[in-house]
Design a protein around this ligand. Structure first.
Ligand SMILES: Nc1nc2c(ncn2[C@@H]2O[C@H](COP(=O)(O)OP(=O)(O)OP(=O)(O)O)[C@@H](O)[C@H]2O)c(=O)[nH]1
Ligand SMILES: [Mg+2]
Length: 458
């Protein structure tokens, strides 16, 4: 894949007429090439030099940021040229570097070098990739969690325990003819079970980046005709769900993409819940709605403010799982302000919670509702003690831990049977699997997959 002996160059900032451009160079020949290019004599020391360069008879002001090895992002000599110039001028500078002996960097190649030179571990490199790709604050938080993860430390400890057990078992095999017991079978089983427990804890106490970063799902629930589909349409700003005054208009679970400021979410519109379905269509629609509710992270419970009686709504609420919920009073355009406040008081008393007043018709309360959805998602994902304590894993890490657990469980079984040779083989296999967390054992293909997710210049 990447040849790490080359000196590489890339434009690491975005294009556009006004933006500051950054050209990044890294590799052994960085300083030689730079001095030739700028007709200067830059010393190999950390520095910022404000100067001008001549490009195609144009004098351009720029700043050179110099980072000699090993104290640079990549670990090798690195320099950045920060310049305010049009794309064409930047293109010219870039071509000039190519003719001076640089090679255009491939996607993720700077971070790959940082990894190869031991400047960051693979999880951090993956986190950088995720940070670069993060399209919203929600994903950004998830990537930062991954970046700060302590997974290597935890895995390192478990690997040491496996290695210790393996060496005792192997020593036992070496001395088997002499009848010397290095480790008692009971003790070996106990140790293996402890290792299995450690891996299990790691898995149950973890959350994958994919889980954090995937769009959270929010479901609209309530009685039939509560104005659920109208509210969904008003929130997403298009008339996607069919609305009618007939009770039971929505049957299928409909999926909508709701754009919010800090995070997006998938908003599910589903059938109004019926306590006792009277036909097969109602039964199926009910079941689908309940499934969507179960899978969702957050419920928006709708109650029609114009209704005289809420016994059905209260029944429905009982059937909802104890999920976090936001309560919306719908169709508030139908009542006067005084009527609304009286009704709100009785709703609060009846349901034991506050309602947000909304109207799909006038747009009343929609911004407030969006804010509440966003706040709720962010709190649930990042601020609860439950998620805050979890170790962030990538899907690749998770698969490795699952595989190692299988090996250790099988090893326990073999120890019970007294077959120490197979046990040793299984322990070696677990070690091998867990070594995928460490630099020296990553195979090229995995590296390529990870670093190809980067953009050029990073
Ligand atoms: N005035 C007014 N009418 C509304 C509002 N929201 C919904 N309605 C009306 O209420 C009726 C039911 O609306 P829907 O959005 O279809 O209700 P639903 O909860 O999706 O109904 P089902 O899919 O049958 O469960 C329709 O006639 C809507 O026009 C609102 O904010 N103001
Ligand atoms: Mg509907």
């Amino acid at each position: 894949m990447y040849n790490i002996d080359d000196t590489i160059v890339a434009v690491s900032s975005g294009s556009g007429s006004a933006a500051k451009k950054i050209i990044r160079i890294s590799g052994d020949k960085t300083f030689d090439i730079l001095n030739f290019f700028a007709a200067q004599n830059f010393q190999k020391q950390r520095n910022i030099i404000h100067t001008s360069i001549n490009v195609d008879d144009l004098e351009l002001e720029c700043r050179f940021y110099l980072f000699p090895s090993p104290n640079s992002y990549t670990g090798s000599d690195l320099a950045e040229i920060h310049i305010f110039a049009c794309d064409e001028a930047v293109e010219l500078i870039f071509s000039r570097f190519l003719t001076l002996g640089c090679r255009g960097a491939l996607a993720g190649e700077f971070t790959y070098r940082a990894y190869i030179n031991g400047k960051m571990d693979l999880s951090k490199a993956e986190a950088v990739a995720q940070l670069i790709q993060s399209s919203n604050q929600y994903q950004l938080c998830a990537a930062q969690r991954l970046f700060g993860g302590s997974i290597e430390k935890k895995i390192g400890q478990i690997r040491r325990e496996i290695l210790e057990l393996l060496s005792l078992i192997e020593a036992g095999l070496d001395f088997s003819a002499e009848d010397i017991e290095i480790i008692a079978p009971k003790k070996a089983i106990e140790t293996a079970e402890k290792i299995r427990g450690g891996l299990g804890e790691l898995l149950s106490g973890s959350i994958t980046f994919e889980q954090i970063a995937q769009a959270p799902s929010v479901v609209i629930a309530g009685d039939t005709n509560a104005g659920k589909s109208s509210l969904v349409n008003a929130l997403i700003g298009t008339k996607r769900s069919i609305v009618s005054d007939q009770s039971g208009t929505t049957r299928d679970v409909l999926e909508h993409w709701l754009k919010l400021d800090k995070c997006d979410c998938v908003l599910f519109d589903c059938a109004g819940l019926v306590a006792e379905p009277t036909d097969i269509l109602q039964t199926l629609a009910n079941a689908a709605a309940l499934r969507a509710i179960d899978d969702a992270m957050l419920i928006i419970f709708c109650a029609d403010i114009t209704k005289p009686d809420y016994s059905k709504d209260l029944e429905i609420l009982k059937r909802l799982s104890k999920k976090p919920a936001i309560y919306a009073a719908t169709k508030c355009d139908c009542l006067t302000d005084t009527q609304i406040s009286t009704k709100l008081k009785s709703l609060t008393k009846l349901f034991g919670t506050d309602f947000t007043i909304t109207s799909a018709k006038t747009g009343l309360g929609l911004e407030k509702l969006k804010e509440l959805i966003e706040q709720n998602i962010i709190t649930q994902t990042f601020n609860t003690s439950e998620t805050a304590e979890k170790t962030a894993l990538t899907e690749r890490h998770k698969q490795a831990v699952i595989e190692a657990i299988k090996n250790i469980e099988n090893a326990c079984g073999e120890l019970e049977k007294g077959s120490e040779e197979i046990t040793a083989m299984l322990l070696r296999s677990a070690l091998q699997t867990l070594s995928s967390f460490e630099a020296e054992h990553i195979d090229e293909q995995i590296l390529e997959t990870i670093f190809s997710r980067f953009c050029i210049g990073k």
